[in-house]
Design a protein around this ligand. Sequence first.
Ligand SMILES: *[C@@H]1O[C@H](CO)[C@@H](O)[C@H](O)[C@H]1NC(C)=O
Ligand SMILES: *[C@@H]1O[C@H](CO)[C@@H](O)[C@H](O)[C@H]1NC(C)=O
Ligand SMILES: *[C@@H]1O[C@H](CO)[C@@H](O)[C@H](O)[C@H]1NC(C)=O
Ligand SMILES: *[C@@H]1O[C@H](CO)[C@@H](O)[C@H](O)[C@H]1NC(C)=O
Length: 407
Amino acid sequence: MLPFASSFTTLLLALSIAATPLEVRNSPITLPIARSLNVSGGTINLLQHDQARAAAFRGRPASGIRRQSDNTSAINMGLSYTVKVGVGSPVTTYNLMVDTGSSNTWVGSGTAYVKTSTSYDTGEPVAVGYGSGSFEGTEYTDTITIGTGLTITQQSIGVANTSSGFTGVDGIVGIGPVDLTEGTLTKEESTTIPTVTENLYTQGLISEIVVGISFEPTNAEAITNGELTFGGTDATKYTGTIAYTPLTTTPLASTFWGISESITYGSTIIMSEITGIVDTATTFTLIPSYAYVAYKSATSSTLDQPTGLLRITTAQYHAMYDLNFNIGSNTYALTPNGQIWPRSLNTYIGGSSRSIYLVVNDIGSPGAAGPDFINGYTFLERFYSVFDTTHSRVGFATTLYTNATTN
Ligand SMILES: *[C@@H]1O[C@H](CO)[C@@H](O)[C@H](O)[C@H]1NC(C)=O
Ligand SMILES: *[C@@H]1O[C@H](CO)[C@@H](O)[C@H](O)[C@H]1NC(C)=O
Ligand SMILES: *[C@@H]1O[C@H](CO)[C@@H](O)[C@H](O)[C@H]1NC(C)=O
Ligand SMILES: *[C@@H]1O[C@H](CO)[C@@H](O)[C@H](O)[C@H]1NC(C)=O
């Protein structure tokens, strides 16, 4: 019996080793997210930035090609949400924009890439157009350090030799679906590039391909009040339970973090159920033209030319209803305060300090291609969000700030 038992044990060991090739540390990794409104370049046109970005999302071919040759013009992005990511050994730290709407990770728009012994030049040209900006350069692999010294080896990263539209940040950490990287290696049209989240998983640092994001409303110009969690969610950042909705299979929303939702303003239907996306790097919440017109009418707001935003009076503000986002069987209500831009930041976006501006705007007419709405930062600062590749779903939960009156 002994030889059998021992070889059985050996077999079990071999099996378990094969099943778990790497040590799984299994604990989520959390990083603080800094938010910064860069007004040094003068008034920032956040709406123009968002609409250019949305147009690029909507004009994107079903597969591949997000090139600089996509007809893009650079727009100072003004508002950024960044995490610190270390690259190389010794580490150089970069402030990278957290972007759920793209999936390439790259550096070089601010702090120049510092090559070290872990840097490997693949020689592959890489290019991505974002509508509001773009970069091109060369794909490297390098060691990435995140959080408290956790390292990903041989992470594929872009090193920009040219970029536009990314003032005040050093690049992007792309946490969208991996398919968005297809066509970005310009000589390998059908190749995708494993994202940071995927490599954290395949290298055994997290046990699920999940990202949790906490933003909090603020009226400060610069503050570190957000949190990015790789591999799980942070129960201290939300209240109640997280409700999940499946990722949509409807193109093109399905290329991104795409979901279905309908919207009501009070009891007025603004938008019946359609598909769109959730995007951290879009500031406003954009809805189709017909829904925007319905919202404008329901709020009795007027178009403010300087900002491009809808404007209301104080009396109208006090008469506002919740804007309800119906997702699956749950309703996420943006309160009146959640529907307005922080008043103390009005002048930075070209507005008047005495006016009240709404954060819901127009994505354009519904297209054959979609996505037809974007739940952007102004939605995400009121609801904790979870981007779950492992279970093909997106989750939302209320937070201590869902009903805050910061604006
Ligand atoms: C590209 O941009 C140029 C200049 O802004 C414009 O004239 C042209 O119509 C654009 N082309 C496409 C295909 O959008
Ligand atoms: C920048 O990178 C692209 C893609 O690799 C390449 O085609 C271009 O020649 C490079 N430009 C400069 C100025 O090095
Ligand atoms: C702010 O934007 C300007 C360009 O408008 C840029 O030159 C500057 O580096 C940025 N500063 C910060 C701190 O992001
Ligand atoms: C927000 O306020 C509404 C209405 O008062 C209430 O029903 C809801 O529970 C509140 N939500 C949170 C997360 O506090």
